[in-house]
Design a binder for this molecule. Structure first.
Ligand code: AMP
Ligand code: GLY
Length: 425
């Protein structure tokens, strides 16, 4: 079977890497892909949110399944587009339709969903420019820090956490009245600050049953010790040691089951991944956010730990017999360290030659922002390469990743040397 993966990051390279191992997969196409996917699959240079271009590629290459990496095509309705088209409607899309994608596409929708279905999450209220004054009064009833979230997609930048009440009021006004994040902040969710440690749990569902994939923790800040600006993610570890059996059981009972049932009750036929961002406050889980896709770089540690055939699981999602599918996870620990361009997450240069990738033996090299220029691999983004290793302990896995990184070079390469710092003694 020929399949198409939409996206171009480390997550999509990890999907490709895992799916080439399936005997049932004939050819993999990635749109637009990167230098890493080009080595093991075929890249198609189209924009995944250009649905007409996606349609052409699907027909030209006899694609029989589409796997959507990033949120934008889902929120824009790629799955609905397929269902509405006679030539495409029988081709399964792994990823929710627009109605389900609202779990990520609208913070207000996802908060309302959680309250309606009794899923633990921070208390909140939503405001627009029409009730800005009420929003300011609501802020006065909260204790700092204040959490302000743009309702819509804001490229991961739409959440502000502020210590000062005056600043929170001013930012609220900037967001709703002056469109600080464009349309995305016409509505703003203000919510209680949650204490605890963060982690993520990933679920794959066919709308009826589900598989809970390995948990992961990512390191979002650019600087060591979790300092500095937020990034897409500088590294990740799976499993999360503080997510023990009893905590994960609570997550399943209090969050996963009511989420799947809630989707069913609301008439949302959801086929794909649910990424649940959680706070663990002394053993009690609370949902920080839903995403309707896998995380990046979490995918680079979650997929290498899945022992079963991922394509078989996707067929289960497509045909709604996921419960019959075999699913197992290796006990090994996976760590990934992201190599980024100097300057990232602010301005950075592209096109730097990357050397040493071929000599890596003890880690898996996932390409994120790379491309091929004159037959050589060059940087093509802020996050460039994720170096994943598997071992019996976090320390050993990290040692493997850092040793591999010593072999890799590009001009102004930067990475965090302390991934996992909070999890190892
Ligand atoms: P989100 O885009 O909703 O994941 O928010 C981005 C980050 O802000 C999260 O990963 C958390 O670190 C933090 N955050 C969001 N909401 C809260 C909250 N209610 N309490 C504490 N931290 C939060
Ligand atoms: N690493 C966080 C995300 O993918 O949203």
């Amino acid at each position: 079977m020929n399949i198409l993966i939409l996206g171009s990051g480390g997550r999509e390279h990890a999907f490709t890497h895992k799916l080439v191992q399936s005997e049932k997969v004939t050819q993999i196409f990635v749109a637009p892909g990167n230098a890493g996917t080009q080595e093991i699959a075929t890249n198609i240079t189209i924009n995944p949110t250009d649905f007409e271009a996606v349609k052409k590629a699907v027909i030209a290459h006899d694609i029989e399944m589409v796997i959507v990496g990033p949120e934008a095509p889902l929120v824009n309705g790629v799955h609905d587009f397929f269902l509405a088209n006679d030539e495409l409607k029988n081709i399964p899309v792994i990823g929710p339709k627009k109605d389900g994608a609202l779990l990520e596409g609208s913070k207000d929708f996802s908060k309302e969903f959680m309250f309606k279905h009794g899923i633990p999450t921070a208390k909140y209220q939503s405001f627009t420019k029409d009730n800005l004054q009420e929003g300011k009064l609501f802020l006065e009833t909260l204790t700092p820090p204040y959490v302000l979230k743009a309702d819509g997609l804001a490229a991961g930048k739409g959440v502000l956490i502020l210590d000062s009440l005056d600043e929170a009021k001013a930012e609220l006004e900037e967001m709703v009245s002056n469109q600080k994040f464009g349309d995305a902040s016409s509505t703003v969710v203000i919510e209680e600050f949650l204490k605890g440690i963060e982690l993520s749990v990933f679920v794959l569902t066919d709308g009826i049953s589900y598989k809970i994939l390995p948990s992961a923790k990512d390191y979002k800040r650019i600087g060591e010790g979790d300092q500095g600006l937020n990034t897409g993610g500088m590294g990740a570890i799976s499993p999360v040691p503080f997510a023990d059996k009893s905590f994960l059981q609570k997550v399943e009972d209090l969050v996963v089951k009511p989420t799947i049932l809630g989707l069913q009750k609301d008439g949302i036929d959801y086929r794909g991944f649910i990424f649940i961002g959680l706070m663990n406050d002394n053993g009690a889980p609370s949902v920080v956010e839903y995403n309707v896709r896998m995380g990046d770089p979490e995918t680079e540690v979650v997929l290498p730990r899945i022992a079963s055939d991922l394509f078989d699981l996707f067929e289960g999602v497509a045909h709604q017999n996921l419960h019959e599918k075999e699913f197992s996870v290796t006990e090994k620990i996976a760590t990934t360290v992201m190599l980024v361009s100097g300057g990232y997450p602010e301005a950075y240069e592209k096109g730097k030659l990357i050397s040493g990738l071929k000599t890596i033996k003890n880690s898996i090299v996932f390409h994120a922002g790379t491309s091929i220029k004159n037959n050589t691999v060059v940087t093509n983004g802020g996050r460039v390469i994720a170096v994943t290793s598997l071992a019996a302990s976090i320390e050993e896995a990290l040692e493997l990743s850092y040793k591999s990184i010593d072999e890799i070079h590009f001009n102004k390469m930067n990475y965090r040397k302390d991934i996992g710092f909070d999890l190892v003694e």
